[in-house]
Ligand binder design. Structure first.
Ligand code: PRP
Ligand code: URA
Length: 207
């Protein structure tokens, strides 16, 4: 059963309000997205597997924990990169993989165009990243590809989710937890999220 975790934090909501505001320019959008993603990372990385290790502090030996295996961050191009770089900065031990998907403007269906993964992908936990979960088509396709490659432990994280996207993703991938900064009202006729923040890729990359 898909768990959908909506992050309830005043600073996350504050930063998301800046991103939603149409007056926010690309420079401020990028900077705010980076710091918002850093705030989300606490929840997003909370499910990583850890293992006991013995280390020597300057004063004595102790048993503590380190990551069993660093995760693979999987950015859904292109807008996913606006968040993935921030997660990567916080967890530089991770690998950063990419899946290229672009929605067709007429059908709203994702078209796959690129993928690149580490060789041991199947043995690692994956964090799938895209700011927007609208119809769910892009995230579902990306999760399909990860599972085809043998990945069994996946978390999907986004900034803004639509109820339609959560329902579709749940139907396709009931085992994958969704972690989102907000759950919005609905999709419009062009499958954009309302109230949303517009086209995430265009706002990040100033296109
Ligand atoms: C946007 C967004 C998601 C997708 C969400 O990407 O970044 O990938 O739409 O919509 P969906 O849930 O209906 O699939 P877009 O296809 O516009 O590509 P871009 O990131 O290159 O701008
Ligand atoms: N993609 C976006 O970037 N924004 C939306 O609202 C929907 C899909």
């Amino acid at each position: 059963m898909t768990q959908c975790q909506i992050l309830d934090h005043p600073l996350i909501t504050h930063k998301l309000a800046i991103l939603r505001d149409k007056e926010t320019d690309a420079a401020q959008f990028k900077a705010t997205l980076a710091s918002l993603t850093a705030l989300m990372s606490h929840a997003v990385f909370a499910h990583l597997a850890a293992e006991d290790v013995v280390i020597d502090t300057p004063l004595e030996a102790m048993t503590t924990q380190k990551l069993a295996k660093p995760p693979v961050l999987v950015s859904i191009l292109r807008a996913g990169n606006g968040m993935a770089d921030s997660f990567f900065a916080i967890c530089p031990e991770a690998s950063l993989a990419h899946i290229g998907a672009q929605r067709d403007p007429e059908t709203h269906l994702p078209e796959f165009y690129y993928e690149k993964y580490p060789a041991d992908l199947a043995a690692r936990q994956a964090i799938l990243i895209d700011p927007m979960l609208a119809t769910g088509g892009s995230a579902i396709m990306a999760a399909d590809r990860l599972k085809e490659k043998g990945v069994s432990d996946i978390v999907f994280t986004c900034l803004v989710a639509a109820p339609e996207g959560i329902a579709a993703f749940h139907d396709a991938h009931p085992d994958i937890r969704i972690i989102t900064a907000a759950l919005d009202r609905e999709l419009n006729d062009n499958c954009y999220i309302l109230p949303g923040l517009g086209d995430a890729g265009d706002r990040i990359f100033n296109t």
